[in-house]
Design a binder for this molecule. Structure first.
Ligand code: WT7
Length: 632
């Protein structure tokens, strides 16, 4: 039943060629390795202009049968999940496939018992504990649409997301551990629910023994609910195009949008891309350090490794607790073979010196991966030399929440891995570079806007509740292409190097924020009249957040107002979106039509003052001088 990854560069080339020449035949073959409840009638029907994208039309399946049930017979006693706690002293928890299957079925029954049916939305706002994995899979088991909200987001963000998709239930915990700190979650849920009306039940996992207030009739304890349910629950029959989950992500305008992924194509592509990129072997112990609250956690911590039948490791803590050797100690402790992390984590650990990493053996490692942002050459070499000991191929995987799975990446050990280059597209993926007029750039050694010209199974289908927004954001900039929002360059050998976003989105430590979203939060602060936010290069985070703020009068105590702004941003979005620098200004560079010229602010924030370009079209060029003089 298993799908064997290709094992040579020729296999890759042949697969790529086949996938472009006859995509339907290609994906028909790949999809046949999954367990379908009913075979599909047609592989693909599509129209990018609407967009209307249908993969494996008429097919029925349940992703949890592919993650769990299909392994029970052959490897039911194999470890599916290892959980490493925040505290190194705490014993790791392990679940075999059989145990995980039972827990998922039990929680699926809890969902059902509390009125959740196929198609209902369930918000999961939880720490990185096994129960988050179990709750996510339990939703999929019964066809409820999960919307996982990263536990670093604020009560306001949770409320917005619950309201956008009318979630009927929230699953949370009393609190969470984050290194030396602990934080409440249930309290934030209570706050969020003051602004919502759709939520009927809240299930609370007791993680820290905190004894939070429980609202009678609404709030239920996880352990009590789990006490008397059956450990068998049939897998709901899901259409290929039924939604599997919603995941909110920021764009250049407005509130975060709910990216919708569907059951069939997502399952097929998650498993295929994972097995090939990481060259998975059946006894691999794989660790993806991403939180399940992001797409990387969905696809490559949870679904793909379980579909592949290997062991996936989940870590509650942070890379620097109790010290900067924690990642390496966990790798040795659990004999991790495949390791997938973010460049920002590598840079942060790099800054802590070599002693930590050199005190561990790391000899079980076979493949290293990165994701989320461009990796600079220095970090790439450090990772290669000190973590991989120059014997582990590095895969720099480019993809997005919207793409569902890895699009451009080296295939570990088979296709070229060049520092700061994602590499070649995966089979089935047809990237193009477009020029300013939307024409395809054929030549190599050129730079352009990165777009995709043919559908792939795990692509975004819609944005929840607002299909037009999906069309406008991704399918209208260039007709008949999916537009990524990234700029890229193709080298002389056709390897792609991702340059970064070309829209008003900034990527902070691999997390995406719209500048407008942060500005809206800053503007809610008393005394703030207007603000403009741009990204600037940051040694550890990749991009830092630089805010230019106009107040009604220049604050006497700037530190005080800065603190207030941090507070507002933390409560509106979450502490992860706090600006790194706040400069108070008396005006912003605007065109005569009133549009803020971000290009100029970006240059100032980057410190490239000599390259400001033409400022003659500005309404008031003198504000630029003031801004330069006050640069932080
Ligand atoms: C944006 C997507 C997909 C996982 C996590 C981020 C940037 C992602 C890379 C990479 C250069 C990268 C892009 C992309 N990005 N991976 N390997 N090299 N840039 O998901 O929050 O949806 O962000 O992250 O700019 O558009 P996301």
């Amino acid at each position: 039943m298993s799908l064997e990854p290709f094992r040579s560069s020729d296999d890759y080339a042949a697969a790529y060629k086949a996938s472009v020449e006859n995509p339907e035949l290609f994906w028909a073959d790949i999809s046949s390795h999954l367990k379908w409840q009913k075979p599909w009638d047609k592989v693909l029907q599509w129209d990018f202009t609407k967009p209307d994208i249908n993969w494996f039309v008429g097919g029925k399946l349940n992703i949890t049968e592919n993650c769990l049930d299909r392994h029970l017979e052959s490897r039911g006693d194999h470890t599916a999940l290892i959980w490493e706690a925040n505290e190194p002293k705490e014993k790791a928890k392990k679940y075999t496939y059989r145990q995980l299957h039972a827990e998922v079925c039990k929680f699926a029954n809890v969902l059902k018992k509390n009125g959740i049916v196929k198609g209902d939305r369930v918000c999961l706002y939880m720490p990185m504990i096994p129960e988050l994995a179990i709750a996510t899979l339990a939703c999929a088991r019964i066809g409820a649409i999960h919307s996982v909200v990263f536990a670093g987001f604020s009560a306001q963000s949770v409320a917005d997301r619950i309201n956008d998709s009318n979630c009927k239930m929230v699953v949370t915990s009393d609190g969470l551990n984050r290194g030396a700190k602990q934080m409440s979650l249930k309290k934030l849920v209570d706050e969020a629910l003051e602004q919502t009306t759709s939520v009927e039940k809240v299930i609370v996992f007791n993680h820290l023994d905190w004894d939070p207030e429980m609202k009678s009739g609404r709030d239920l304890w996880w352990h009590k609910e789990m006490a008397d349910v059956s450990f068998w629950c049939p897998a709901e029959e899901m259409d290929s195009e039924d939604p599997l989950f919603i995941l909110y992500t920021s764009g250049s305008t407005g509130k975060p949008k709910g990216v919708v992924h569907t059951c069939g194509g997502y399952s097929v592509y998650a498993e295929y891309s994972f097995k090939n990129v990481f060259q998975v072997q059946k006894d691999d112990i794989y660790w993806c350090t991403a939180d399940i609250g992001w797409i990387t956690g969905h696809t490559y911590l949870l679904y793909a490794p379980l579909m592949s039948g290997i062991t996936t490791l989940m870590f509650e803590g942070v890379p620097t607790y109790p010290d900067a050797g924690r990642f390496w100690s966990v790798i040795d402790k659990h004999r991790v073979t495949l390791f997938y992390t973010a460049p920002t984590a590598i840079r942060a650990l790099m800054a802590c010196g070599l002693d930590h990493v050199l005190s561990y053996n790391l000899h079980t490692l076979r493949v290293l991966g990165t994701v989320g942002e461009p990796i600079n050459e220095e970090a790439w070499h450090w990772y290669n030399m000190h973590v991989g000991k120059e014997r582990c191929p590095i895969v720099d995987t480019w993809w997005q929440t919207e793409t569902g799975g890895i699009m451009i990446s080296a295939i570990a050990g088979l296709t070229p891995s060049k520092p700061s280059h994602a590499g070649l597209p995966l089979p089935g993926i047809q990237p193009v570079l477009l020029n300013g007029e939307g024409k395809e750039i054929e030549a190599n050694n050129e730079e352009g806007y990165l777009a995709i010209k043919f559908p792939w199974p795990s692509m975004i289908r819609t944005t929840w509740g607002d299909h037009e927004r999906c069309r406008l954001t991704y399918f209208s900039t260039y007709k008949n292409y999916y537009f990524t929002g990234d700029g890229a360059k193709r080298d002389e050998n056709g390897l792609y190097r991702i340059i970064g976003r070309v829209d008003d989105v900034i990527n902070v430590s691999g997390h995406r924020f719209g500048t407008a979203e942060i500005e809206n939060a800053i503007n809610q602060n008393k005394g703030v009249i207007e603000s403009a936010v741009v990204g600037y290069p940051h040694d550890i985070k990749g991009q830092g957040i630089y805010a230019f703020v106009i107040c009604d009068k220049l604050p006497e105590n700037q530190e005080h107002v800065r603190e207030e702004i941090y507070e507002t941003v933390s409560s509106q979005i979450g502490r992860i979106a706090k600006p790194d620098k706040i400069q108070f200004v008396s005006g912003l560079p605007k065109t005569r039509s009133g549009k803020i010229m971000r290009r100029i602010l970006r240059k100032v924030a980057e410190g490239e003052i000599s390259a400001l370009g033409d400022t003659s079209t500005l309404l008031d060029p003198t504000v630029v001088e003031e801004i330069i003089a006050g640069k932080l």
